[in-house]
Design a binder for this molecule. Structure first.
Ligand code: FES
Ligand SMILES: [Fe+2]
Length: 355
């Protein structure tokens, strides 16, 4: 793995848990090749259900292991048949008894939790599964949800900015979750730094509900609406919703209203491309999340994807040209500052270990 010489030029935070996929992406016996933080990885699930993440490069002649086959508990390279367990250790070389100690590939910590696969791309000795952000909504029968994976041709920090600054809603998403621009301008935004994150809260009392809310819940009049964003390296949770006006939304009585709980797993693929794993959960239950909520959410996030890709083209054309910040960028700026702080700490720690 090549690291930037200077922390300011380091594009990624390695020591963090990232979403590598949905648990349902891999059935027993399946494997997928994906790139995370510029590192090609093969993800696979064994017959007994264990999951593994290995470097997608066979130690013999560098064949891509993602072209191999899972059999029982091993992944077999398709070229000369070397077999590897989820620990990356070669357990069999056909027609040869002795297996050299060097016959192994890098194995990455991979944990299945809350219907997602979480990967640790940094120093494996620092991978503490207790630090994986819990997302119980995927297991709670009070919430119905569906997830998706959008490959985005844009840098991952652009997606952080997008999700931390919801003042774009009336412009980019007027047909779904937007609302009128003036309402968004007038809304006070409170930003709080957390020990390992950033929180942004916005309230829109007595406001006109946006189209998705009306379609899903059938609101007839004004609503008390909220937007609560929580950033933790590297995922964002956005709880938005509304209740009929003056029915207790701001005192925490929200069960009778409409809630959308968005999960956003932001996993860099390269400096210029991102895996965007998102899910939407709602408290309106009908066995599954209502189609209207899922379809409108997918449409909304496609609109964001388009924006990020247009930004990326312009930024790549002139990467060092500065951008200006406006008032609504506070949350995004704090999230970026936290990421930079963690990247600097990561570099300093590595420098100490080398010294
Ligand atoms: S390249 Fe994998 S077994 Fe030869
Ligand atoms: Fe958006």
């Amino acid at each position: 793995m090549t690291r930037a010489a200077n922390a300011d030029h380091e594009p990624f935070l390695y020591d963090a848990w990232y979403v590598a996929g949905w648990a349902t992406d891999l059935k027993p016996g399946e494997r997928i090749g994906r790139t995370f933080l510029n590192q090609p990885i093969v993800l696979f699930r064994t017959a007994s259900g264990d999951v593994g993440a290995l470097e997608d490069r066979c130690c013999h002649r560098a064949m891509q292991l993602s072209h191999g086959h899972v059999e029982g508990e091993i992944l077999r390279c398709t070229y000369h048949g070397l077999e590897f367990g989820t620990d990356g250790i070669c357990s069999r070389i056909p027609a040869q008894e002795k297996i050299p100690k060097t016959a192994c590939v890098r194995s990455y910590p991979l944990v299945e939790q809350d219907a997602m696969l979480w990967i640790w791309m940094g120093d494996p000795s620092k991978a503490d599964a207790e630090r994986i952000p819990s997302h119980h909504y995927h297991n709670d029968p009070k919430w119905a949800w569906r997830g998706a994976h959008f490959p985005v041709n844009g840098n991952w920090e652009l997606l952080v900015d997008n999700l931390m600054d919801l003042s774009h809603l009336p412009y980019i998403h007027p047909n779904t979750i937007g609302g009128n621009p003036e309402l968004h301008f007038k809304t006070k935004t409170e930003t709080t730094k957390l020990p390992n994150g950033v929180k942004v809260e916005r309230r829109m009392p007595a406001s006109v509900p946006p189209p998705t809310y009306i379609d899903a819940k059938g609101f007839k009049g004004l609503v008390d609406r909220w937007q609560e964003i929580e950033f933790m390296p590297v995922m964002i949770r956005i709880h938005t919703g509304a209740c009929d006006v003056d029915t207790g939304a701001y005192e925490g009585k929200r069960d009778h209203g409409f809630s959308m709980l968005g999960f956003h797993g932001i996993t860099p693929e390269t400096e210029r491309t991102t895996h965007y794993f998102w899910s939407m959960a709602t408290n309106i239950l009908d066995g599954d999340i209502p189609d209207v909520v899922f379809e409108q959410t997918a449409r909304t996030f496609k609109e964001d994807q388009e924006v990020l890709e247009l930004q990326q083209v312009r930024m790549e054309a002139d990467p060092n040209r500065p951008l200006i910040d406006i008032a609504s960028d506070v949350g995004g700026r704090q999230a970026r500052q936290l990421i930079r702080k963690l990247i600097r700490a990561q570099h300093e720690e590595e420098a100490r270990e080398v010294a």
